[in-house]
Design a protein around this ligand. Structure first.
Ligand SMILES: Cc1cc2nc3c(=O)[nH]c(=O)nc-3n(C[C@H](O)[C@H](O)[C@H](O)COP(=O)(O)O)c2cc1C
Length: 171
C-alpha cells in the first residue's frame, strides 16, 4: 500500500471512530413509490433553513430508498422517540414494505407518517446533490407535527441510548 492509500485508510478509520461517538437522533425516512411504502433508518438528517422551513437527508445511493426518494414528490422524516425502539428494530431487520408492520402508519399528507413518533416532518423534495456514495436530498416542509415531552431515540457507539436526563447546563 502506498503512503497515500495508508493515509486514506487511516483517515477513514478515524472518521468512522469519530462519527461513532457523535450521538445522533434516529429517524425513519419514508416515501411512497408506485403505491408501495419505502423507508430506511437515518441519522444523517439536519434542519437546513427556517425560511423556507426545510431540511436535508443524506441517503446512500445503494439503499433501497434511494431510487424511490429521488423520484418522489413527497417524503417524510419521522423523528423516533424512545418508545419507537420497536419500529427502529423492525426497520433494521425487515425489508421493503414489511418494515411498516410495527407501529401505526398513515399517509395523511402523501408520505408514510408514524402516528406515535416524536415528530413527523412531511416535505416536498426540492433538490438532490450527489456526493461520494450518498445523495443529499433537500425537502421543504409541507406539514409538521410534534409530540411535546417526548425523548428522542438516540444512536451512540452502536447502541440506542436515552439522552433525556437532566441538562448539564443551560445555554
Ligand atoms: C442507526 C442507523 C442510522 C443510519 N443512518 C443512515 C443514514 O443517515 N443514511 C443512509 O443512507 N443509511 C443509514 N443507515 C442505513 C440504512 O438504514 C439501511 O440499513 C441501509 O441503507 C440498507 O437499507 P436497504 O436494505 O433498504 O437497502 C442507518 C442505519 C442505522 C441502523
Amino acid at each position: 500500500m502506498s503512503d497515500i492509500e495508508t493515509n486514506q485508510a487511516a483517515i477513514r478509520d478515524s472518521f468512522r471512530d469519530a462519527m461513532r461517538h457523535v450521538a445522533s437522533t434516529v429517524h425513519a425516512v419514508t416515501t411512497l413509490h408506485d403505491g408501495e411504502r419505502h423507508g430506511i433508518l437515518a441519522t444523517a438528517v439536519s434542519s437546513l433553513s427556517f425560511d423556507p422551513p426545510s431540511l436535508l437527508v443524506c441517503i446512500n445511493q445503494a439503499a433501497s430508498l434511494h431510487h424511490p426518494l429521488t423520484q418522489a414528490e413527497l417524503f417524510a422524516v419521522n423523528v423516533l422517540g424512545l418508545e419507537n425502539r420497536d419500529v427502529a428494530e423492525q426497520f433494521a431487520h425487515a425489508r421493503g414494505a414489511d418494515r411498516f408492520m410495527v407501529g401505526e402508519w398513515a399517509e395523511t399528507h402523501g408520505a408514510p407518517v408514524l402516528l406515535g413518533g416524536q415528530s413527523a416532518l412531511v416535505c416536498r423534495r426540492v433538490d438532490c446533490h450527489r456526493f461520494g456514495t450518498h445523495t443529499i436530498v433537500v425537502g421543504e416542509l409541507v406539514a409538521a407535527r410534534h409530540r411535546q415531552n417526548g425523548a428522542p431515540l438516540t444512536y451512540y457507539d452502536r447502541s440506542y441510548i436515552d439522552i433525556s436526563g437532566a441538562p448539564v447546563s443551560t445555554i
